[in-house]
Structures are given as structure tokens and as C-alpha cells.
Ligand binder design. Sequence first.
Ligand SMILES: [Zn+2]
Length: 111
Amino acid sequence: MSDPAVETQVLDRYECLACGYAYEPDAGDSKYQIAPGTPFTELPSNWRCPVCDAKTSQFQNIGPTGKSSGFQENLSYGLGVNKLTPTQKNLLIFGGLGLGFLLFMSLYGLQ
Ligand SMILES: [Zn+2]
């Protein structure tokens, strides 16, 4: 007798917000003698991040293994607003300087 609901259960991983260590439920944690297959939520209360000793409250659920959150991929998008070439930037800078110089000279000439 086996329970298929248990066998197909995918355990969530939890990532340490302090150091980036990810607890893998499938692997357990040898430092604290946590058996493989132990969910993060069933870790003993004295369990700490094996890397930086952060408490379990410092961990966030990052989902099951192999499932990307998609957050990292989205970081590179949305930054395409300012795509001026160096030449265009120089034109803007020197054009602005030249305009300021002309303005200055015209004011100077009025005196
Ligand atoms: Zn940590």
C-alpha cells in the first residue's frame, strides 16, 4: 500500500536571505543530521543555516527544484529607454555647451 499523493509531492526549497544558501529538502542537511526528504517546515526549531547560522525565519520559499521564478530573467528588461550611442551623447553634451556659450556671449554682449 503506497500513497501516490505522497510519492508525487514536490518539496519546496528555501533560500537563506542572509547568504543565499538554499535548503534542498531532497538532500537534507548533513551538518544537522537532517534526513533527505525532510520538508523545510519540519526542520527542528534549533536548525540554523549551515553557512551563516541564520534562523529559519531568515529563509524564504523559493519553490520546488527546477522551477524558475522568472525573476532573474526579467531584470534585464525594462532598461532599454536610454539607448543613445556615444556619438549621440557627445552631440548632446557639446551641443548643450555650445548653446550655453552662445547664450553667455549674447548676455555678455548686452552689457
Ligand atoms: Zn545563510
